[in-house]
Design a protein around this ligand. Sequence first.
Ligand SMILES: NC(=O)C1=CN([C@@H]2O[C@H](COP(=O)(O)OP(=O)(O)OC[C@H]3O[C@@H](n4cnc5c(N)ncnc54)[C@H](O)[C@@H]3O)[C@@H](O)[C@H]2O)[C@H](O)CC1
Length: 201
Amino acid sequence: MTRDNGAILVCCGPGYNGGVGLVCARHLKLFGYRPTVFYPVKSNMASICDSLSRQCESLDLPFLSYFPSESHLIQDSYNLVVDALFGFRFKPPVKDTFASVIETLKKVEIPICSVDVPSGWGAESASPDGLQPELLISIAAPKRCAKLFQGKFHYLGGRFVPRTLEQKFDLKLPPYPGTDCVVELKTQKSTEDEKPDDTGE
Ligand SMILES: NC(=O)C1=CN([C@@H]2O[C@H](COP(=O)(O)OP(=O)(O)OC[C@H]3O[C@@H](n4cnc5c(N)ncnc54)[C@H](O)[C@@H]3O)[C@@H](O)[C@H]2O)[C@H](O)CC1
């Protein structure tokens, strides 16, 4: 994706996963992309999400006042969707406002990038009722459900886990290259793609 086609829809949920989405939208704007935010339910968490939302407003990020009901309206307007609706505290089935949002997003034909946990999945398990993103960005440590991720790209971000915590929970985190704050992880798909073509051609 280049900045020329940098129109990105960032969908933010009512919890801290949504807060991460608001930070993501702000950084996308600062890096020259054109994010639009969908943040329908103000966080019932600490006021930090309110200030994150205000920071987006101060950068003149547009906020959708409603969610397009048709998936083609999304793919005609954006090149990527960031799914920051729900993270590891989602409890199925999806309720209220977000049920139709997730149903619409399941039909879009542009890439979806999910933050920490694909929305509609539990932290421990995948769900056919949830999104099937092309890209998953795990925060701090991949959640158990990431083992069932079938998309093309998986990154780990959040180089802030103390060694003591990593050892205590036996997280086996990969090393981050140099001073990078993200590291690419292998996926089932990337491992398969690396296998030599055994058709003998
Ligand atoms: N170290 C880390 O991994 C960190 C992760 N972070 C991010 O924060 C989320 C966890 O945030 P939390 O607020 O605890 O939970 P969620 O954002 O997943 O959602 C809670 C929110 O959603 C509502 N809800 C739950 N189930 C449903 C449902 N079925 N239908 C509708 N609404 C639902 C619930 O009521 C809450 O309001 C984690 O995934 C990371 O993305 C932090 O940044 C800190 C570090």
